[in-house]
Design a protein around this ligand. Sequence first.
Ligand SMILES: [Zn+2]
Ligand SMILES: [Zn+2]
Length: 98
Amino acid sequence: MKLEKTFLIALKLIGYLLLAPIFFLLDILRLGKNMRRMRFAVRSSLTCYNCRSKIPLVGMWKCNCGFQYTGHVLKPCSLCGHVAQIVRCPHCGVTLLL
Ligand SMILES: [Zn+2]
Ligand SMILES: [Zn+2]
């Protein structure tokens, strides 16, 4: 009984050690994505890559859940907590990944 428990703990430990590099890599990727989004969070507009016009990041937004709010586009929705992933150029309609 005690041997089985020790074996299970050792097995879990080996599993964690094998998965640690994968989790570390995922954290690095997530950090890179968050750093990229943080650059947008402090800006009030973007330049559209298609028509070169300014895309405002502060204004009135509608979430997928239907909740409409004013403020920065990266502000989490008050109802569901979702944060916008894309923004659409009001001039040409092209969408940009945030
Ligand atoms: Zn929402
Ligand atoms: Zn555009």
